[in-house]
Design a protein around this ligand. Structure first.
Ligand code: ADE
Ligand code: ZN
Length: 315
């Protein structure tokens, strides 16, 4: 099965580039940029990756990204990810980034945008992988901040294909971001939102009906609402699911109880992704291995998942 997963051509549609920062790179960049981290070495970083829920992860994730300072740091981060997944037979990656995690630290737009762009271009040339960017808004911040961010991003409009919505879900329903998503739609961008990861099925309805998203990131809790599942299947809304993330953030009690197969059986275009690979213990193929094992997926189902990922690309 692992051989099959390795050889299948796949797309990754739900990966936060800041969540691909390897502990070793975090240490190296902290030294290079003279940033204080509350860890003395790599094993202390790894020991801290012991999450109870989404928020306990996000606290570490925002702290970890503080080591990213220069254009070269962003280049190195992006290039390391693209090299890693190209070797896993990922032919296309649609990659989230969080401007609001960088700008308040005094990092200029050009620093991260040009670092990402240079790495994506080099990887296309050297490895043949097709990387694309999706700009995410942090939902724990007010929509006015997202609107300001979006306006400033327009200078780099050609460097990203869509917008997303991430960070703390509970208490931050999608409807709070309807104006900025309307602007993104008017600018011809693709739209996605994290919904139903920890939040209720209602948030998935809002992402569809109020934001008008083309894809749902996670979507696990949509399974609790049959009418919603039918809607997602009927409208061919792809779900970008992340098994190891769900396991490590305890959004499913056990991987054998993961909602993936139920969605597939209902005719939903479900896909497998890594979310934040270094924090959750696996890149794309490790996510396929884990869920194939836990749900005893057949060869046909695994092929279907890889095919779904190519079908659900923004192009
Ligand atoms: N940012 C990075 N990973 C995330 C996740 N799984 N959910 C919400 N926001 C995130
Ligand atoms: Zn995510």
């Amino acid at each position: 099965m692992q051989q099959l997963i390795q050889t299948l051509k796949k797309a990754e549609l739900h990966i936060h580039i800041e969540g691909s920062l390897e502990p070793q790179m975090m240490m190296d960049l902290a030294v290079r940029n003279k940033i204080q981290l509350p860890y003395a070495n790599v094993s202390q970083i790894e020991q801290a990756y012991n999450f109870e829920n989404l928020q306990s992860f996000l606290d570490l994730y925002y702290r970890g990204m503080s080591v990213l300072q220069t254009e070269q740091d962003y280049y190195d981060l992006m290039m390391a990810y693209l090299r890693k997944v190209s070797a896993q037979n990922v032919v296309r990656a649609e990659i989230f980034f969080d401007p609001q995690g960088h700008l308040p630290r005094g990092i200029a737009w050009s620093t991260f945008m040009l670092g990402f762009e240079r790495a994506i271009n080099d990887a296309r040339f050297e490895l043949g992988i097709d990387g694309q960017l999706i700009l995410c808004f942090l939902r724990h911040l007010p929509e006015s901040d997202a609107l300001r961010t979006f306006e400033a991003a327009m200078e780099y409009r050609d460097l990203f294909i869509g917008v997303g919505l991430d960070s703390s879900e509970q208490g931050f329903p999608p409807h709070l971001f309807k104006n900025v998503f309307r602007e993104a739609k008017n600018a011809g961008l693709y739209l996605s939102a994290h919904a139903g990861e920890e939040g209720p099925a209602e948030y998935v309805w809002e992402a569809l009906d109020i934001l008008g998203v083309d894809r749902i990131d996670h979507g696990n809790n949509a399974i609790k609402d049959l009418e919603l599942v039918r809607r997602i299947a009927r409208d061919k809304i792809a779900l970008t699911m992340c098994p190891l993330s769900n396991q490590r953030l305890q959004s499913v009690p056990d991987l054998s109880l993961h909602q993936l197969r139920d969605f597939m059986d209902a005719g939903v275009i479900a896909t497998i992704n890594s979310d934040d690979p270094t924090y959750f213990g696996g890149y794309l193929n490790e996510n396929y291995f884990a869920i194939a094992d836990a749900l005893k997926l057949s060869e046909i189902e695994i092929r279907q998942l890889a095919e779904n990922s190519l079908l659900a690309c923004y192009k």
